[in-house]
Design a protein around this ligand. Structure first.
Ligand SMILES: NC(=O)c1ccc[n+]([C@@H]2O[C@H](COP(=O)([O-])OP(=O)(O)OC[C@H]3O[C@@H](n4cnc5c(N)ncnc54)[C@H](O)[C@@H]3O)[C@@H](O)[C@H]2O)c1
Length: 349
């Protein structure tokens, strides 16, 4: 089969990772890069592809099968709209938009045009998440009751040298929690309301460093989530999932526990505890314990293979613009709840 020709907008940290994956893929190949930064010239030269100063210039000059948008957040919607106008499918890095208003405009224009857009919440392609979802959907845990999650890690001091990371908006709620929201919505269903308490008592920056979050799901289940970027703890997806080798790895720890009426699943160790029969449901009785097996793969690589299937029309986008928007809406609701002390609803208006 002919390889799909992929353009990459933004050859920064994640754009270069996408480029490597496109180069290694059996389904596609890099066609061009758009990035105005001088450093992009070396990246394009090394990849042997032409470089353009903007995505508009690239789209005007080249015939592409797809574009990966890995530009800064505030450019995602304008870049995605350029792809929609050009009739080229796009994979948009998360967050789908800088604001809900902009993201809603993108959804409306894309829907009207019948455009093909996939949002880069790459954990949606994690084999761990897929296996956990399978267990939940098969009813192995019974009816969902509660989820306990954590993203407690320690960002190094150097991370905060960039001034915007010390200011509201640059902290773990908007940077990190959006990934967790994507995971939790897949596993437990829609989140309808949130409550949160934030603290900056450790780093003393204007931005939060630690947040305690309560979640209400549409199916009646409840959740709690501890988020901290100054906690000397390994209880985060990054440090437990073994899906990104830049992080120190603690495969014996979990970051989520999903509990239903008949069982519970710890993720990512995938330790499963179930009551085999209704009459066994008692804390006086032992669980049947097992570990759910799975085949590990790189979620970013799987996301690219999925994007190629989406371009070819053999798959529907696993993470739609609407999903990306809802992840953003819940994340922003957590920030609002922490700021105001109120319970904030998260259902699409
Ligand atoms: N899925 C993930 O886990 C993940 C991880 C990292 C980043 N991201 C997302 O990817 C995006 C990029 O993040 P990053 O860390 O790579 O940032 P970065 O700053 O390293 O890279 C951004 C690149 O975009 C380029 N750029 C700026 N303006 C441009 C324009 N008008 N046209 C084309 N290119 C332009 C910059 O020169 C830079 O090379 C962000 O939206 C971020 O949220 C996602």
């Amino acid at each position: 089969m002919t390889k799909l020709r992929i353009g990459i907008a933004g050859a920064g940290l994640i754009g270069r990772r996408h480029l490597e994956l496109v180069q290694a893929s059996p389904d596609c190949e890099p066609a061009a890069i758009a990035d105005p930064a001088p450093a992009a010239a070396d990246v394009a030269r090394a990849a042997g592809v032409p470089l353009y100063a903007s995505l508009d210039a690239l789209l005007a000059a080249r015939r592409l099968d797809g574009v990966i948008i890995a530009t800064p957040n505030h450019l995602h919607v304008q870049d995605a709209l350029a792809c929609v106008r050009a009739g080229v499918p796009a994979l948009i890095e998360k967050p789908v938009a800088h604001s809900l208003e902009e993201g809603t405009r993108l959804r409306q224009v894309a829907d009207a045009a019948g455009a093909t857009l996939l949002v880069g919440h790459h954990r949606a392609h994690s084999p761990l998440l897929a296996r956990a979802l399978e267990i939940v959907r098969e009813g192995v845990l019974g009816t969902p009751v509660a989820v306990v999650g954590s993203a407690m890690f320690c960002k190094p001091d150097a991370y905060f040298e960039a001034a915007w990371r010390r200011e509201p908006g640059g902290g773990p709620i908007l940077i990190n929690m959006i990934h967790e929201i994507g995971n939790l919505r897949s596993l437990c269903g829609e989140i309808v309301a949130v409550q949160a308490m934030a603290s900056s008592a450790t780093r003393h920056y204007p931005v939060e460093d630690t947040v305690a979050i309560s979640l209400r799901f549409a199916n009646g289940a409840l959740g709690t989530f501890m988020l901290s970027d100054c906690a000397a703890s390994a209880r985060s997806w990054e440090q437990t999932s073994r899906e990104n080798e830049v992080y120190a790895s603690y495969p014996d720890e979990d970051c989520y526990l999903i509990a239903g009426t008949h069982g519970s699943l710890a993720v990512p160790t995938m330790r499963l505890k179930t009551y085999a029969r209704d009459e066994d449901r008692s804390w006086l009785k032992p669980f049947q314990a097992s570990v759910a097996g799975l085949v590990r793969e790189d979620p970013l690589e799987r996301q690219l293979a999925h994007f190629c299937d989406v371009i070819r029309g053999t798959a529907k986008p696993l993470v739609t613009v609407q999903d990306g928007l809802q992840n953003l809406r819940v994340t922003e609701a957590i920030a609002e709840a922490a700021r105001t002390g109120r319970i904030v609803g998260t259902v699409d208006a």
